[in-house]
Design a protein around this ligand. Structure first.
Ligand code: ADP
Ligand code: MG
Length: 355
């Protein structure tokens, strides 16, 4: 097993810098997820760790070795991709053993390691099948099996579940979580899916445009986002943002309002909030409750659309100043489209960002 340190890591393709100076510490045995929108540099960063991309600048350490110039095969890492890259003409057994065959392992060693991987992934009954006789989830398991038999210190996953349908994605997500518990290996997992990040990670790294936005536990990032990007990226449905006027600032308390929002006072947790200025108020859909009277922290609007999912009701409202607002209730409820709605939020669970 191994810790990984990225220090001042940069990557350029010609004149285009895509990784712009990244510092990340990954502890031994930790499950770290790199998450961010498409094109932010997640795969590039993972491939730099794997040794598949040159490092333009900075230092990469795995275990106690600087590995900048070490070839991929000597880094003790195994990578699992979105496209499974398994060979159609080989059986599952041959596919899983492929890396061992290349490195000249004996039949006994291969049999033992394949058997162990098959047991961990619960695919003993699939070993003599060919890939064409497997489902998407089973194929992905073969690719993971191929990584397991190499006993890597570090597993690198690049969007391994993106090609699977929703139900299977959830199953495989849980299997990867269990795999981490069983093996205790360091795992770095790249995804654009914030649900995968929230459920799998010990630590999430949010990336945007080749830069780290925030690093922390899922609940750190969810409850204490450091900027608007992180606040809007994690959580489903996304956080609502309202432009507000800052009426007054007193110590760490700010009083804000807008045309749809009754004056409310909340704690300042970010710099740049000044009296007489503008700010953006973030409120998660789950922290808005309907049937409020007017008063501090009440938002006024009209119902535009509702989605009743049984266990949950999603309401799309339009504030009286014409801004969309999403409400998520953890119960079934019926609301008439077009009717007025007043929503209360808890200032303790809201976020004020300077703009
Ligand atoms: N071989 C390459 N040559 C030039 N630009 C590249 C190359 N590979 C990736 N990029 C660019 O680097 C950026 C990050 O890409 P990538 O790491 O694949 O993003 P992500 O995995 O987050 O979607 C993108 O703007 C992409 O176009
Ligand atoms: Mg990618």
């Amino acid at each position: 097993m191994a810790a990984i340190t990225l220090k001042g890591l940069k990557k350029s393709y010609g004149s285009a810098q895509v990784i712009k100076g990244v510092d990340i510490t990954i502890d031994d045995g930790e499950f770290v997820v790199f998450v961010g929108p498409s094109g932010c540099g997640k795969s590039t960063l993972l491939r730099m760790i794997a040794g598949l991309e040159d490092i333009t600048d900075g230092t990469l350490t795995i275990g106690d070795r600087v590995v900048n110039d070490l070839p991929p095969k000597d880094r003790g890492v195994a990578m699992v991709f979105q496209s499974y890259a398994i060979f159609p003409h080989m059986t599952v057994r041959e596919n899983v053993a492929f890396g061992l065959t290349i490195s000249g392992a004996s039949k006994e060693e291969k049999d033992a390691k394949v058997a162990e991987a098959a047991r961990i992934l619960q695919m003993e009954h699939l070993l003599d099948r060919r890939p064409s006789q497997l489902s998407g989830g089973q194929r992905q398991r073969v690719a993971i099996g191929r990584a397991i038999v190499r006993k890597p210190k570090v597993f690198l996953f690049d969007e391994p579940l993106s090609n699977l349908d929703a139900a299977l994605r959830m199953d495989m997500r849980m299997e990867i979580g269990k795999l981490h518990q069983q093996l205790g290996a360091t795992m770095v997992y790249v995804t654009h899916d914030q649900v995968e990040a929230m459920t799998l990670a010990d630590k999430i790294v949010v990336l945007k445009d080749g830069l780290v936005q925030q690093i922390g536990s899922p609940m750190d990032l969810y409850h204490r986002p450091e900027n608007l990007f992180v606040a809007g990226f994690l959580g489903s449905p996304s956080m609502n943002f309202l432009d507000v006027d800052v009426v007054d600032v007193s110590g760490d308390q700010a009083t804000v309002r807008n045309a749809a929002l009754d004056t409310v006072t909340l704690t300042i947790r970010h710099s740049g909030i000044v009296a007489g200025g503008k700010a953006r108020l973030g409120v998660r859909p789950q922290y808005l409750s309907p049937d409020a009277e007017s008063g501090a922290g009440v938002l006024h609007g009209k119902i535009v659309l509702t989605e009743r999912l049984g266990a949950e009701t999603i309401i799309e409202a339009m504030t009286t100043d014409g801004k969309p607002l999403i409400v998520a209730l953890a119960r079934d409820a019926k609301f008439a489209i077009g009717s007025q709605i007043s929503l209360r939020f808890d200032p303790e669970f809201s976020h004020l960002f300077a703009v």
